[in-house]
Design a protein. Structure first.
Length: 216
């Protein structure tokens, strides 16, 4: 029997994940059966179950992958020298997330906003998925905090506010925009960038007096 290459195995796994993501985005987790996934990817049950034991494992794999991509994107963006404006970095990461799988669309729009909102809802009833999401959030949260700290160290952001608080609020803003895209559509990443730019203009970096204390 000929050996199957790792490249082939990876491509098949990718095919299954992408097909499942499309089904979940269109119909939701509960209305999607494994038969729907099999039909979408045009594979036998044996071929799919070789990789995933069922819907729950597929959902967890998709969530883990998306969060990993977002965390990696922020780490990469945060390593730039010199640092670009914060709205530019956030826009780059959001654009990267929406463009992860160019072929995965629903009614002409990227599926990830719809998929992410459904994941949030599902975590309220699924303890295992909630754990996966919490672990993924921790991996995303750390590079956000470090990015804020770099802006503060460079004097580009006021330093008298804890980086943890700024990072959490920025994550909340990104999550809110994702929810708007899923629920109402229409807005592009450019709109989010413009909004951030406007909010950041409300205040400047903290000023330090000669004695080392900070003034807002």
């Amino acid at each position: 029997m000929a050996r199957v290459s790792q490249e082939h195995l990876d491509a098949r796994r990718r095919q299954i994940l992408d097909g499942a993501a499309l089904c979940f985005a269109r119909n939701g987790f509960h209305a999607t059966s494994m038969q729907d996934v099999l039909k979408e990817v045009d594979l036998s049950a044996g071929a799919v179950y070789r990789y995933f034991s069922g819907k729950e494992e597929l959902i967890a794999a998709i969530v883990t992958e998306v969060l990993q991509e977002v965390g990696d994107a922020f780490r990469t963006a945060g390593e730039q020298n010199p640092l670009p404006p914060l709205d530019v970095i956030v826009g780059e990461v959001m654009g990267r997330m929406l463009g992860l799988r160019p072929g995965l669309t629903h009614e002409g729009a990227a599926i990830f906003p719809r998929l992410i909102v459904q994941v949030w809802a599902e975590t309220l009833r699924d303890a295992e998925l909630s754990k996966v999401l919490a672990e993924g959030y921790a991996k995303v949260h750390e590079p956000w905090v470090r990015l804020v700290e770099r802006y503060q160290e460079a004097g580009l952001m006021r330093a008298d506010v804890p980086a943890e608080s700024v990072a959490r609020t920025m994550i909340a803003a990104a999550q809110g925009f994702i929810a708007q895209m899923a629920l109402f559509g229409g807005a592009s990443v450019d709109v989010f960038q413009e909004g951030l730019r406007g909010l950041m203009s409300l205040g400047g970096p903290a000023r330090r007096d000669p004695g080392g204390s900070q003034a807002g």
